[in-house]
Design a protein around this ligand. Structure first.
Ligand SMILES: Cc1ncc(COP(=O)(O)O)c(C=O)c1O
Length: 397
């Protein structure tokens, strides 16, 4: 039995596995056990943002593991404090809560929002989220996720969560009243197919937040940490949310999430209100210190923007050349969506044969989330192989 067959036999079947046995990773590449090399264009769905096999990072992890791997929450931990400090120094936040995942960061934010509302009235507990949003799969964060196919089999979920149409200010306005305690929002919907929020929507949201005293909670789990070319994705809009959630690349591949909170709401949750055994794990936070200090560097972020622009303009040229296959190219930084309609899946399969690993989200969108330190030569390789893949589709020619 090979690994893929054993996986089928022993691991609960919840994921669409790719039939390849990965041996190792290095930079932007993955290698299978037969020695085949693949250019990885989604880096563990935006987890390996500094590439695979970063020697400095693995040394840092080993060093912390040799000191201690876990401390209970009764003790302050140096790497956890250091990571919180870097996050505070580089963002709107005054304090940080650490979790193990994105879902759990959002769970913490749900509790913070509900407790915030309760200070004002027993009915101020309505949470609004956007159509097509993705916020996780535990029961609380799944309630926020506005996609019936993920939810229907698990109803009833949390009460008093409603959805507005993404980017539709009138729809948002129609749902807002004094009972709303929070709005959760992705500034770029990742699972939803790389769709960006407009400045107009954000401006309206912030205005309503002041008027009706609700929290703005940005789920930056996929779009944050340099992915869009800004350290946090919402910096572009010139706003300071009350809360933001992070995960994905935060722990450099180790499980780590965070809820960043602004000074205004840093006292809402009190000792005993929330917690986690593993959240803020010393080893994951030591890795996080390295990841965040690298990504928060302005020159690093400028490079993400520059490389994103090269990719987007290359893809737009392909869109002009192959309009029947590429319907839209969108996104910013190195978070890019290519709407390829019914061809998305077959492009993904053909690309794999050419040594190019692509990911498809929302059925029709090829989602590019390469490592943020992908180099120009690798971008060129991607564009060449991607064109070759499209060319192999009959309709394209
Ligand atoms: C925007 C967003 N929120 C939340 C999550 C859930 O994070 P996790 O899988 O770490 O629980 C994801 C995961 O893809 C995400 O993209």
């Amino acid at each position: 039995m090979n690994l893929v067959e054993k996986d089928k036999q022993y691991v609960l079947n919840l994921y669409k596995r790719i039939d390849i046995e990965i041996d190792r990773g290095e930079g932007s590449y993955l290698y299978d056990v037969d020695g085949n090399k693949y250019l990885d264009m989604y880096s563990g769905i935006s987890v390996n943002n500094l590439g695979h096999l970063n020697k400095t990072l693995s040394d840092i992890i080993a060093k912390q593991a040799e000191r201690f791997m876990h401390l209970s929450n009764y003790f302050a931990c140096e790497s956890t404090v250091n990571l919180a400090k870097i996050l505070v120094e580089n963002t709107f936040a005054s304090k940080v809560f650490f979790s193990n995942s994105g879902t759990e960061a959002n769970e913490a934010a749900i509790k913070l929002a509900r407790k915030f509302g309760r200070k004002y009235s027993d009915s101020k507990n309505v949470i609004l989220t956007a159509s097509n949003s993705f916020h996780g799969r535990s029961c609380g964060s799944l309630t926020l996720t506005a996609r019936d196919r993920y939810k229907n089999d698990f109803l009833p979920l949390l009460p008093r969560v409603k959805n507005f149409i993404y980017n539709d200010t009138n729809d948002l306005k129609a749902l807002v009243n004094d009972d709303v305690c929070a709005v959760f929002l992705e500034t770029v919907q990742g699972e939803g197919g790389i769709v960006e929020i407009s400045q107009e929507f954000i401006d309206k949201l912030m205005k309503l937040s002041k008027q009706y005293n609700f929290l703005v909670i940005i789920d930056d789990i996929q779009a944050g940490l340099g992915r869009t070319g800004d350290f946090l994705s919402f910096e572009k809009y010139g706003i300071k949310p009350h809360v933001a959630t992070l995960a994905k690349s935060l722990g450099g591949g180790l499980p780590l999430g965070a809820m960043l909170v602004s000074e205004e709401v840093e006292d809402v949750l009190k000792p005993g209100d929330h917690g986690s055994t593993f959240g803020g794990n010393p080893v994951a936070c030591a890795a996080g210190e390295y990841v965040v200090s690298n990504i928060a560097d302005s020159e690093f972020l400028n490079q993400v923007k520059r490389k994103g622009n090269i990719m987007i303009s290359g893809l737009n040229e392909l869109k002009t050349k192959y309009p029947l296959v590429i319907r839209d190219v969108r996104g910013r930084g190195l978070m890019i969506g290519i709407d390829a309609g019914q061809y998305a899946q077959s492009i993904k399969n053909t690309a794999l044969e050419l040594g190019l690993m692509l990911n498809v989200t929302n059925d029709t969108v090829i989602r590019l989330l390469p490592s943020l330190n992908i180099n120009d030569k690798e971008i060129e390789e991607f564009l060449g192989k991607f064109e070759k893949t499209i060319n192999s589709i009959k309709t394209a020619r």
